[in-house]
Design a protein around this ligand. Sequence first.
Ligand code: MG
Length: 313
Amino acid sequence: MSADGLPMVVPAQDLPARVRIHEVGARDGLQNEKMTVPTEVKAEFIRRLAGAGLTTIEATSFVHPKWVPQLADAEQLFPLLGDLDVELPVLVPNQRGLDRALALGARRIAVFASATESFAKANLNRTVDESLAVFDPVVRQAKDAGGHVRGYVSMCFGDPWEGAVPLHQVARVCKALLDMGCDELSLGDTIGVATPGHVLELLSLLNEEGVPTNVIGVHFHDTYGQALANTYAALEHGVTTIDASAGGLGGCPYAKSATGNLATEDLVWMLQGLGIDTGVDLGRLVATSVWMAAHLGRPSPSRTVRALSHKEQ
Ligand code: MG
């Protein structure tokens, strides 16, 4: 490590020159934290993330407050962010969510599909095809409104009820989302079981089925310590959109509901060491996560946050 808290830069061959980090801490992170964070703190968090150089910051979810009470303040939060010069995607589960988001001026939308029937039933209370039928008019209307739409696909690498997930099943959902007009996909390893060979196999199959790499983002969880290895495999395949959660929010190892989101700082450390441009100031990002950890009343689970914040003390 160099004296300024950054890794030594040693590029590897044939990796992308630049990666766009899709920051999910304020949405995927906070919705999985036990504590509900005050609206003003969320706004300040997003402001600090933007100040650290993140350019795509998923802000909140327009899901019914009954299902995700941690994000029940979407209507209050979103207008507080109007002056920020970054992309602020919001999750919408259905037509009602889209209407609420569009009314506030949101134009970057995300929908949340499942590769498996079991998770579609558990999370969306619909079959896979029923949920796609709900998203179809939502995506089309968002596109008609000039929006950009991301399609999340969860359980791409394994499912807690079904075990292995056939690659063609993932491809079918990905293609359906692209057919309705989604601009990009996010392949979710929701239970964190993927390993690098599996990642490469799925990406190759998707390409063969007509899904180009440039619309694919990856969303890895570190449940089994594989998130960065899987990220590296995706980089080797040419993927340039990577989801991560500042401070590892939502992946708190002290919480029973740990989902294991890849920590943005851990990702940035690796990318900086590889000489891959992210635009992120790692020191400012770590400071932001230390600040947020204080609000949550517990340390960040990110290894890089812990290493660099201990160094400062
Ligand atoms: Mg996640």
